[in-house]
Ligand binder design. Structure first.
Ligand code: NAP
Length: 354
């Protein structure tokens, strides 16, 4: 399973290939041992142009040479490969993703449009890979031969991955405040005059997503449905002048009384199915803990394990809820493109795409 699937690569396409998340897909899929990008789609603005002309590359590493002369296609079913990664605007995803799923495509999506539907898996493979089984219900109820599978909002991924190993202590209440990078708003995103030397104390819709998506991800799967976890989450989300990486200050109230050492051991010892299966994009250790009081920091820690690891630190008592810590994750990798690629790897490894 480590180098190829049945000895040949699987063709994949990218919906919204020109955007911030789309570019991360292009970068992360370059040289992927299982997947090969053969199709790129975007809006009418880009269709018919070469990828080189249609996009403005925003990443620090150069774009892979073999995609630059590919023609950007309209996002309509027709000649696209069966597996499609989606980094489209939610507005566009709402109509376009179901059209592809109905036409037999597996759409592995970053958009918020379908995450909270009862028949749509909202998955972090280390946490709730079993939710992928919702696909059977989705296909039956919607009459689709394809499917839509989603990954969480970029700040929810960080919070849910931190909380997953702590479920054993009985999660009761969580207060979280985020410091979110500008790349989370896409390109051109937040105007420089709004963000330079500043903090913007609200991100539209983000707090609600963190509060509800976390409960679904941590929820129990039984008989083709997910019962949301009872944990109550209160989120405050802010935008800060950081390029990549969402930092979160998290306070947790547990039903039991774990020591700080118990919490730290649970975070560091956490492993999931992607690690067992040695999936290509799985970090060896999903959550690392930093001893130093001034870590994690976006500039120093966000790229760890190609951006797929959550960095934590500053575990200490909270005089209100009991326990608090700081966590950091790469928003366009672990919070978007890398998350979707790991979901697709999980589906391949479990034989769900045969
Ligand atoms: P972005 O930079 O604004 O890119 C949006 C992409 O959607 C572009 O490729 C754009 O194509 C395409 N698009 C827009 N309208 C379309 C249409 N009618 N038909 C087909 N394609 C269309 O945004 P982003 O930051 O990459 O975010 C993409 C999605 O991922 C959003 O749903 C966002 O909420 C989600 N997400 C983002 C992050 C993050 O950290 N940035 C994290 C998690 C999830 P053109 O270039 O042709 O306009």
């Amino acid at each position: 399973m480590s180098t190829s699937v049945s000895g040949r690569s699987i063709e994949v396409g990218i919906l919204g290939a020109t955007g911030m998340v789309g570019q991360q897909f292009v970068r992360l899929l370059d040289g992927h041992p299982w997947f090969k990008t053969t199709w790129l789609g975007a809006s009418e603005r880009s269709e018919g142009r070469t990828y080189r002309d249609a996009m403005k590359w925003r990443l620090a590493t150069p774009p892979p040479a073999d995609v630059l002369d590919m023609k950007v296609e309209p996002c309509v079913p027709g000649n696209a490969p069966r597996i499609l990664f989606s980094g489209m605007d939610a507005g566009a995803a709402t109509d376009i993703e179901p059209a592809f799923a109905a036409a037999g495509h597996i759409v592995v999506s970053n958009a918020r449009s379908f995450r909270m539907f009862a028949d749509v898996p909202l998955v972090i493979p280390e946490v709730n890979a079993e939710h992928l089984s919702l696909i059977a219900r989705q296909r039956r109820e919607r009459g689709w031969s394809g499917a839509i599978v989603t990954n969480p909002n970029c700040s929810t991924v960080v919070l849910s991955l931190v909380l997953a190993p702590l479920r054993q202590f009985g999660l009761a209440k969580v207060m979280v405040t985020t410091l979110q990078a500008v790349s989370g708003a896409g390109y051109p995103g937040v105007a420089s005059l709004d963000i330079l030397g500043n903090v913007v104390p609200a991100i539209s819709g983000e707090e609600e997503k963190m509060e509800s998506e976390t409960q679904k991800i941590l929820g129990a799967y039984e008989r083709e449905s997910v019962s949301p976890h009872r944990v109550i989450v209160s989120a405050t989300t802010t935008r800060v002048p950081v390029l990549d990486g969402h930092t979160e200050s998290i306070s947790v109230q547990f039903e039991q009384k774990p020591t700080l050492d118990d919490v730290r051991a649970a975070l560091e010892g956490f492993r999931g199915r992607p690690q067992e299966l040695r999936l290509p994009s799985a970090p060896p250790q999903p959550i690392v803990y930093f001893e130093a009081a001034d870590r994690p920091q976006p500039r120093l820690d966000v790229e760890r394990d190609n951006g797929m690891t959550i960095s934590t630190g500053r575990l200490r008592p909270c005089s209100i809820l009991g326990t608090k810590l700081v966590a950091l994750g790469h928003n366009t990798v672990r919070g978007a493109a890398g998350a979707a690629i790991l979901n697709a790897e999980m589906m391949v490894a479990e034989g769900m795409l045969d």
